[in-house]
Design a protein around this ligand. Structure first.
Ligand code: OOG
Ligand code: MG
Length: 270
């Protein structure tokens, strides 16, 4: 696609329409930036915010924020070396033990994440990792199921930003620790697919410490006029590369102090 495409039929509303339709219709598409070079990072975040406004208008509630591409493993896989944020709504929460709803998703992948629940509001700018941790009530080991609306998870940064950072579902393990009770940079995690270990890392893979990712979220949201709110969940980003979920797959994520959380797949709602 040429960068001089003078089509005028692309605008913010169409970006949101197309991504919402792909999610609802469970199909993937080519990167929007290939047809609409005017989709820059600022417009992409506007599209992301509008996408979530529509979900809220349809009855969903914002429950928190996710970070993406905060570890080298994730950045290398996606070919993008900049972190990003997205929104979480209540419809994305997978209750403990619930199977991943493969029939509602396009090509889901699962990744281990450190999850924070905030005890107080956190507003940038100028938030440091140490300051960020003071607003954390509990720390959990969890997983995120990402489901890019782009074919083969191929996208440029504005594409994935507009697509709400590939957000789809997430779940949390059984353990909740106080931030002072766990050294997150040394918290180990081991990803097992059908009993075979496929990836290991410590949470230091996430920006040196997941608190850095939390601070990054507070500061980058502040630049767009948003703050993190008490009670919200923050997914700090995949610690390892993500693995595909297929019918019959069982993915278990074992954390050294934060317990084990298992994702199984059944076909529902197809
Ligand atoms: C983008 C979302 C990345 C993470 O934790 O790094 C993400 C993608 O890989 O599709 O959620
Ligand atoms: Mg993630």
């Amino acid at each position: 696609m040429t960068g001089t495409d003078a089509r005028t039929d692309w605008d913010l509303a169409r970006v949101v329409d197309e991504l919402a339709a792909a999610e609802a219709g469970r199909y993937d598409r080519t990167p929007i930036t290939e047809e609409f070079p005017g989709l820059d990072l600022a417009l992409a975040y506007e599209a992301q915010d509008e996408l979530i406004r529509r979900k809220v208008a349809a009855g969903q509630t914002v429950t928190g924020v996710k970070l993406g591409l905060t570890s080298r493993a994730k950045q290398r896989r996606m070919g993008i070396d900049a972190p990003l944020t997205g929104w979480l709504t209540d419809a994305m929460t997978l209750p403990a033990g619930a199977p991943a709803p493969l029939g509602e998703l396009i090509h889901p992948r699962v990744e281990p994440e450190i999850v924070f629940v905030l005890g107080e509001d956190l507003a940038g700018p100028g938030i440091t990792a140490a300051r960020a941790m003071k607003s954390v009530a509990t720390v959990h080991g969890g997983f995120e199921i990402i489901d890019s609306r782009y074919r083969d998870f191929r996208f440029a940064l504005p594409d994935v930003v507009a697509d709400n950072a590939s957000a789809a579902r997430w779940g949390s393990g059984p353990v909740a620790l106080s931030p002072g009770d766990v050294d997150l940079s040394l918290e180990a995690c081991l990803v097992e697919v059908d009993g075979e270990v496929v990836a290991t890392a410590t949470a230091a893979a996430v920006q040196g410490h997941p608190a850095e990712a939390l601070a990054l979220a507070a500061n980058s949201l502040a630049a767009r006029g948003h703050r993190l709110e008490a009670g919200w969940v923050v997914l700090t980003g995949g610690i390892t590369d993500a693995v595909f979920l297929h019918p019959g797959t069982t993915v278990s994520v074992h954390f050294s102090h934060l317990g084990t959380v298992t994702v199984t797949v059944t076909v529902t709602g197809a």
